[in-house]
Design a protein around this ligand. Structure first.
Ligand code: SF4
Ligand code: SF4
Length: 357
């Protein structure tokens, strides 16, 4: 269904909940414009419907407009997932002329200075407000995305009010997903149960109030769940994620999994990767599952959950996701919640460098 084109890991922001890997791809390793054009052509030929230009900050690539135009000419639905701080009047006009279909704009909080403090980018929140205005004035549908965690959960009502005031058609309230930098900062980000209940209540009330006007997507935290999420709609089931240096991944965090040789689009076609590669086949479907999942009537609903989370918490990528209450590792979720409760709020900001830890 979708190609997630991670054009670059470069980003002017430093969000401590970023799900990019700790070892970020260097600019010199990034796919060239011509390589991306070829990949987009292969995606269209494969029957892929949507391309999501992502990162890092996709607008840090000077050739983004050219890529949007090329994807659009191939009949692909084009979406940009952006922080918005580089979306000037000129950039907006160029993207419109290139045929952009949708822009998802991320916010770090409901207002500055908390938002700017978290992103490490002074003046960033004001730029995002300008970007939202430009998107709406251009007549494009706006999705406003807010990532929720321990340090901003109390302000979720103000976040929804901001999305409403900006004219968003869709507001995404997403609890942090603990991969990459977010996993590193988990103790300082994981909300308490009381905070989770607060967010649940505010979202439920807003959904009722805004019903028929604004769609509110709500992504709950796995750490309080009884059942896992269907990560990426199932491994190798709906999406192909291409890293900035061209690695084809079933999900953006999959590079953490040991024992894989992820193919690169520099060497192998998308069609071969999708159909034949071990990387996309190994956890596809239900045959790979542990007996617990294979015997379960939810196996084709959540596909056994997230492989990267199974590895990160249980140490085994082929295990049932510990987010599942049936998992023998489910207690690890509770232990993480206990460890985060009252932990220091210090954060490691995401930076374009490799951490050794
Ligand atoms: S989460 Fe923040 S740091 Fe990471 S890519 Fe998005 S805007 Fe940049
Ligand atoms: S046992 Fe497996 S398939 Fe069943 S709910 Fe848990 S993770 Fe999903």
């Amino acid at each position: 269904m979708g190609l997630i084109a991670e054009l670059t890991h470069r980003c002017p922001l430093q969000c401590a909940y970023c799900s990019n890997p700790l070892a970020l791809d260097d600019r010199k390793a990034e796919l060239t414009t011509d390589e991306w054009r070829r990949v987009l052509g292969e995606a269209a030929a494969l029957g892929i419907l949507q391309v999501h230009f992502s990162g890092g900050e996709p607008m840090a690539r000077r050739d983004l407009v050219e890529m949007v135009a090329h994807a659009s000419s191939l009949g692909l639905y084009t979406n940009i997932i952006t922080s918005g701080v580089l979306l000037t009047d000129e950039a907006m006009a160029a993207l419109l002329a290139a045929g952009i279909d949708h822009i998802q704009l991320s916010f770090q909080d409901a207002a500055a200075p908390a938002a700017d403090r978290f992103s490490g980018y002074r003046g960033g929140h004001a730029k995002k407000l300008d970007a939202a205005r430009r998107i709406c004035e251009a007549g494009l549908p706006l999705t406003a995305n807010f990532v929720v965690h321990k340090q901003n959960a109390e302000r979720v009502g103000e976040m929804i009010a901001l999305g409403e005031a900006l004219g968003a058609e869709r507001i995404e309230i997403a609890h942090t997903q603990y991969y990459g930098w977010a996993l590193l900062n988990r103790n300082a980000l994981l909300p308490t149960f009381a905070q989770l209940e607060h967010v649940n209540g505010v979202v439920a009330a807003a959904r009722q109030r805004l019903n028929g006007r604004i769609t509110i997507d709500y992504v709950v935290p796995d750490y309080y769940a009884a059942r896992p999420k269907a990560c990426m709609g199932g491994w190798g089931n709906r999406f192909i994620n291409i890293s900035p240096s061209g690695k084809a991944l079933p999900c953006h965090a999959a590079e953490t999994l040991p024992g894989f040789q992820f193919p690169t689009v520099r060497d192998v076609s998308l069609a071969e990767i999708w159909v034949d590669s071990d990387a996309f086949s190994r956890f596809r479907g239900v045959d790979w599952m542990p007996e617990l999942c294979r015997a379960c009537d939810r196996k084709e609903i959540d596909w056994g959950g997230c492989r990267c989370q199974a590895l990160a918490l249980a140490g085994d990528a082929a295990a049932t996701d510990p987010a599942c209450a049936h998992s023998p590792d489910h207690h690890l979720m509770g232990a993480a919640v206990t460890a985060a409760d009252g932990a220091p709020l210090d954060l490691v900001p995401r930076r374009l460098r490799t951490l050794s830890a």
